[in-house]
Design a protein around this ligand. Structure first.
Ligand code: HEM
Length: 521
């Protein structure tokens, strides 16, 4: 049968278009990068049941099986895990702009004033302005120096409390982490709102302490409802109910503190500047937060920011100092070397001052090595892909959550010789990592994260950890409770999101300085 020519031509043209489209599509599908590899999960819950309590350890093991870029499912959420320095650098340097938001979660919604804070707030001008307010008023070199006396005084009070607790003959061993936590929390709360969380006496102080401790505790819980929408309304762990209740108490407490300050009342003995006073002055002068009329600073901003400081800046700091002392007790030769340096720089007639820190070369290496083996947030804080992208040859779906295994990366034998050995000398001149710091540019050691959302309180955290740990190591020799020996000290990690010790460090501190060094003016 002969087809008329126009019909034949149009049939050929349509066939050619269909073939082209099919071929092009197939080519495109062929070129699309694969998803990263990872273990199969369970229905509904995905890989959540496989994580165990020490998620960073499980993910480190999975990295050895599946490679340095893993894909998992937490309930209905896609999760990718960076398990090597090279992959972390891809995410946090090359593709950082696409990962500069955090995934939605119940803490951001119910505790942090519906994401009106710095930790969970969306990346953008308001977040940038809030970070700037903190950077200028709390964390700049000048602000840090202005608040130096606050940190040093709290460190001296910590020393005093340890001397008193261990003075009576036969006194029981003291939990060191608790003493350090009182110090770091009080220093930060004085800088933030001009009052101590741990203060003897008043009912207000008791309520303040209870709320802040609960806020820190709830902030560390992984809520399954965040990942499994079907379980959200059930709130199986009761986390959301707890958060809502606590939020109301926190809000009432902060309203009272702000109200008092507006009325000109400041707690006794707190004459210096604090963040609350500076923010209220900005409000009074009607200074915009981010440049626009609608960006005026509000009471909610102040409350959300203060909450961030308490949750992000207290336990993170004290746990590292506790781990540092534990490592030194376990390694007496390194402890001796650290004390010899401290005696040479500081002498035995006074406590450590922050102005001594730049001359403590060995001790600064001790701190870096402690951050390497015991980073406070072993999986950093999650980020989220704001668009689909390709990283290290794999496709990362839009909305995927990113976890960076900071803990695992710092134990990678390809980067760190004898990674499980506590060896500060690797950071000394001539050592394998002499020029490396912890400030986010060396991806093998990123305890504070990296990129746009790197820890906002890095400068405070690093200074506080160093001065607290140096003060302890200089002021005391350390004895363990009867029957314990340094080589058998338990260095297990607890089952929490924050890297705490499974067993608190119990010690007998033995003063080693001249008695006058322990007197407080
Ligand atoms: C040793 C102490 C500390 C460690 C190890 C630490 C670690 C971290 C890490 C890993 C992040 C996430 C970074 C990222 O996403 O790349 C972070 C975020 C943050 N940290 Fe810290 N932190 C410490 C101390 C502090 C202190 C003292 C403060 C405040 C007083 C603070 C405030 C914050 C805030 C506000 C964020 C959120 C930043 C943002 O999302 O823009 N941190 N921290």
């Amino acid at each position: 049968m002969d087809l008329p020519l126009p019909l034949l031509l149009s049939t050929l043209a349509v066939s050619a278009i269909v073939c082209y489209v099919l071929f092009f599509r197939a080519g495109k599908a062929r070129r699309r990068a694969p998803l990263p590899p990872g273990p199969r999960g369970w229905p509904v819950l995905g890989n959540l049941p496989q994580l165990g309590g020490k998620t960073h350890q499980t993910l480190h093991v999975m990295t050895k099986v599946y490679g340095p870029l893993l894909r998992l499912r937490f309930g209905s959420s896609d999760v990718v895990v960076a398990g090597s320095a090279a992959v972390a650098e891809q995410f946090l340097r090359i593709h950082d702009a696409k990962f500069s938001n955090r995934p939605p979660n119940s803490g951001g919604e119910h505790m942090a004033y519906n994401y009106q804070d710095v930790v969970f707030g969306p990346y953008g001008p308001r977040w940038r302005a809030m970070r700037k307010v903190c950077a200028v008023n709390l964390f700049s070199a000048r602000a840090l120096d202005d608040l130096r006396a606050v940190r040093e005084r709290e460190a001296a009070l910590m020393v005093r409390s340890l001397v008193e607790a261990s003075a009576p003959r036969g006194a029981p061993a003291v939990p060191l982490g608790k003493a350090v936590n009182v110090c770091t929390t009080n220093a930060l709360s004085r800088a933030a709102v001009g009052r101590r969380v741990f203060a003897a006496g008043s009912e207000v102080a008791k309520e303040f302490k209870e709320i802040v401790l609960e806020v820190m505790q709830v902030g560390g819980v992984l809520n399954v409802g965040d990942f499994v929408p079907a379980l959200r309304w059930l709130d199986p762990q009761g986390v959301v109910a707890k958060m809502k209740k606590l939020h109301r108490r926190y809000d009432d407490m902060m309203n009272a503190i702000i109200g008092e300050r507006r009325a000109g009342v400041k707690p006794a003995g707190e004459a210096g500047k604090d963040l609350l006073g500076l923010l209220l002055a900005m409000m009074q002068e009607e200074q915009p937060l981010a440049g626009g009329e609608e960006d005026k600073i509000t009471d909610t901003d102040i409350k959300a920011l203060t909450l961030n400081l308490f949750v992000a800046g207290t336990d993170t700091t004290s746990t590292i100092a506790e781990w540092a002392v534990a490592e030194l007790i376990r390694n007496p030769d390194i402890l001796k070397q650290a004390q010899e340096e401290l005696d040479a720089v500081v002498g035995r007639g006074r406590l450590v001052s922050e102005s001594d820190l730049p001359r403590l070369t060995f001790f600064n290496a001790v701190i870096k090595e402690t951050f390497r083996l015991h980073p406070s947030t072993p999986l950093s804080l999650p980020r989220m892909a704001s668009q689909e992208c390709e990283v290290a040859g794999y496709r990362i779906p839009k909305g995927a959550q990113l976890l960076v295994n900071v803990w695992g990366i710092a134990r990678d034998p390809a980067l760190w010789p004898d990674p499980l050995e506590y060896r500060p000398a690797r950071f000394l001149p001539g050592g394998s990592h002499a020029d490396l710091d912890v400030k986010g540019s060396h991806f093998g050691l990123i305890p504070f994260g990296a990129g746009r959302r790197i820890c906002a309180g890095l400068s405070w955290g690093l200074r506080m950890v160093t001065v607290t740990a140096a003060t302890l190591v200089h002021a005391f020799d350390w004895e363990l409770p009867a029957g314990q020996t340094p080589d058998k000290l338990n260095m297990e990690e607890a089952f929490t999101l924050l890297l705490q010790r499974a067993e608190p460090l119990m010690v007998h501190p033995v003063p080693r300085l001249l008695p006058s060094a322990y007197e407080i003016a």
